[in-house]
Design a protein around this ligand. Sequence first.
Ligand SMILES: [Zn+2]
Length: 296
Amino acid sequence: MDYQLVYIVSDARSGSTLLDILLSKNPKIASVGELHWSHQYFNGNYFKDKINKNLCSCGKVVTECDFWEKVENELNKGDESLKSLESLTIFPASRFKRFWMCLNLFFFPNSKNIFEKEKNEKVIHNSIKIHKAVAKVANTPIILESSKESERAKYFDYKLKDNVKFIFLYRDGRGVAYSKMKRGISLFVASMSWVNFTLRQLIIERSISKEKRIFISYDELCLNPKTVLEKIQRFIGIDGDFQEQKHFIHNLGGSPYRFSQKEIRIARDDKWRSELKPFERIWLNILTFIPNFLIK
Ligand SMILES: [Zn+2]
């Protein structure tokens, strides 16, 4: 194997971009970010939000970034290209279908035929081609990916076996829901999507062997970043000396502060504790009670 993969599994608004940036400061790690969007990025139609639109974290449009140009040249040697590698998102896209599939995995943990096998094997195969090209260009032994999807993690687990490690990042459902609501999502959708994702994440986590996964809490990461990062680096098997200097990252997707090349300020976002309205608080306390208990 040409590289080792480290994959972050988390819901949206749970600190995955922060963790990705912090880990990328280690010179042995190259981050590809949310690689599952690469087809959209390189074909110029990533329109999920106006800030992220087709931009690499270095601030250039991905097709004009020197780093990705080198990755493209590397892929061209094998007659591949970033544009032509098809969508790297796991099938099916529906959260509800994924939930039923994860329930299947919960009851039949050894079943390898649970997700749309043929299509997803291709997705993973194409993703690995990009990982290898990036590892070569960046000259690093470790690739970090923060696509976050838990089913994608399971496929990497099947395919890469001992060459992959997983970071399961969890955040209190009330904080995640509040953060999603601030972005215009309704209370119902924001809370239900977190419950759905977290239950799937827990099932997938437990289906992966213990030495290949680590549990990280968003609160702990924000309150004691140095301790948490050193713990993760030990888990990955690299030096624990956490680098503080400015660092340019060439990756895809994530929160807009990925564009800031200055030193990032690590602060726990806990506005939900004071800003939730009484009804929202009651709803979220009830709905998130069990999953929040499971991730403590
Ligand atoms: Zn770039």
